[in-house]
Write a protein of this length. Structure first.
Length: 340
């Protein structure tokens, strides 16, 4: 259809007033068919060392494309989409938390602003299930005069140990294994072999070392961490006190929160991006999402990568320089990192 001169003039007057498209600072993966249809999972990536910015998009692709969950990944990133793992104040698109049915978190020492914290707390008080990976035991670090200080990993009574200790079951204590030298082999606790969360899981190994952990009495410990001599899954166990006794590395609990709701909590001190290169741990995390939402856990959950996954080894400052949120979109894959 040919526009009249008046309409053409109006078009060119209007078009320049439209804002430029915003850069992508979070990822949304719409659900394909699957048991998770109708459930929204929000994944929170924000740590300086263990490459959550690589791990959580990978998990979101599996959950959305292979299991039917609607997944949104939020990042520690600038508004232009530049990933900034050390930006503890940053969380993109926290509005997604308002409709979350479940949260998967891989956070360390975050100190978000009031808006993000209000949304996170509201989701928590709604009773959403939480799947917490690795450094999420010490997810938050606020100044003592912050209104959110009780969430801090080092908070004092009445929330001693903060969100980590009180809700997830432990806060930061110490490295139990030798960091970057000794690995962690998951050993199923006697009596937990038939737990639905362990369906199809098989062996679990993590390159990240075992943390010291003492979950509360109401926690159900599913796996203990056997400290291994090297980061090779076939390496032998270290002899001596590091494995006498072994430390809990996977547990669950049901936490009655102050709003009268109960949060299903799954916590593992494993969960570096390179840990999740191992199929058993990926399946355990996927099973945890099903469990948290009260869904039947598959006999053998499909955890095949959707896009190629070449995780960076964990280290401070080890992020892909200049990395963008859009680099992790569906159909995209990062090139293999340099050798360790």
């Amino acid at each position: 259809m040919k526009l009249s001169p008046i309409l053409r003039a109006a078009f060119f007057l209007i078009v320049p007033t439209f804002p430029l498209a915003a850069q992508q600072d979070y990822l949304h993966f719409p659900a394909k068919e699957g048991p998770g249809q109708g459930k929204k999972v929000v994944l929170l990536a924000g740590d300086e060392e263990y490459r959550s910015e690589e791990a959580l998009p990978m998990l979101a692709k599996i959950l959305s494309q292979r299991h039917g969950f609607d997944c949104t990944v939020l990042f520690s990133a600038e508004p232009d989409g530049t990933i900034k793992p050390g930006g503890g104040e940053l969380l993109t698109h926290p509005e997604a938390l308002d409709s979350a049915d479940a949260i998967v978190m891989s956070l360390r020492f975050r100190h978000w602003g009031d808006d993000a914290m209000r949304r996170f707390e509201a989701a928590f008080l709604r009773g959403v299930p939480i799947v917490a990976l690795r450094t999420s035991t010490h997810a938050f670090s606020f100044k003592a005069d912050s209104p959110w200080a009780r969430y801090s990993y080092n908070a004092k009574a009445p929330w001693a140990g903060g969100f980590g200790r009180q809700v997830l079951g432990e806060t930061w204590v110490a490295h139990h294994g030798k960091h970057k030298v000794e690995g962690a082999r998951g050993i199923v606790v006697p009596g937990a072999e038939s737990d639905p969360l362990l369906r199809g899981v098989g062996g679990v190994f993590a390159e990240s070392d075992v943390y010291t952990a003492r979950p509360p009495a109401d926690a159900r410990v599913l796996m203990l961490g056997e400290v291994t001599a090297t980061l090779d899954p076939a390496s032998p166990a270290v002899e001596g006190p590091k494995n006498e006794p072994r430390q809990p590395v996977v547990w669950t609990r049901e936490y009655p929160n102050e709003a009268g709701k109960v949060n299903r909590i799954f916590t593992t001190t494993m969960g570096a991006a390179s840990d999740l290169d191992h199929e058993g741990l990926r399946r355990l995390v996927v099973n945890a999402v099903y469990w948290g939402l009260g869904l039947e856990i598959p006999a053998q959950a499909d955890v095949e990568f959707v896009d190629p996954f070449s995780p960076s080894f964990f280290s401070f400052g080890g992020e892909r320089k200049g990395g963008m949120v859009a680099d992790h979109a569906l159909g995209k894959a990062l090139p293999p990192p340099p050798p360790k």
